[in-house]
Design a protein around this ligand. Structure first.
Ligand code: SF4
Length: 105
């Protein structure tokens, strides 16, 4: 058996480039970051939890991004990457969510 030093160098180059791309992807692709979840309602009282349910709040608007919480007049955005709040629906509110009370800003 002969040892081919070019194969080793090529493999090392591929490995190094691959690591570089992975590093770039984690910086450049915010979609790879942890998904925002605003579903923890454990701090809500039972009446507030029922109120939230009765308004049919969901974390992803079934009407698309044009009618999501971020564009609703009752929504207050949280800090970057954080849940927002709503003046009508108790609990953490996802910017992409929606409920039956949506109203354009
Ligand atoms: S009223 Fe409904 S759609 Fe508007 S911000 Fe509150 S939860 Fe979202």
């Amino acid at each position: 058996m002969s040892h081919d030093p070019d194969v080793s160098r090529r493999d090392l180059l591929r490995w190094t480039v691959g690591l570089g791309l992975l590093g770039s992807a984690s910086v450049l692709a915010p979609g790879c970051a942890k998904q925002l979840s605003c579903d923890d309602v454990s701090a809500l009282s039972t009446p507030d939890t029922m109120r939230r349910k009765s308004m049919k709040y969901v974390a992803v608007s079934p009407k698309g991004p044009e009618e999501s919480c971020r564009d609703c007049k009752f929504f207050t955005a949280g800090a970057e990457g954080q849940c927002g709040t709503c003046s009508l629906v108790p609990g953490p509110i996802h910017p992409d969510g929606r409920c039956n009370l949506w109203a354009a800003t």
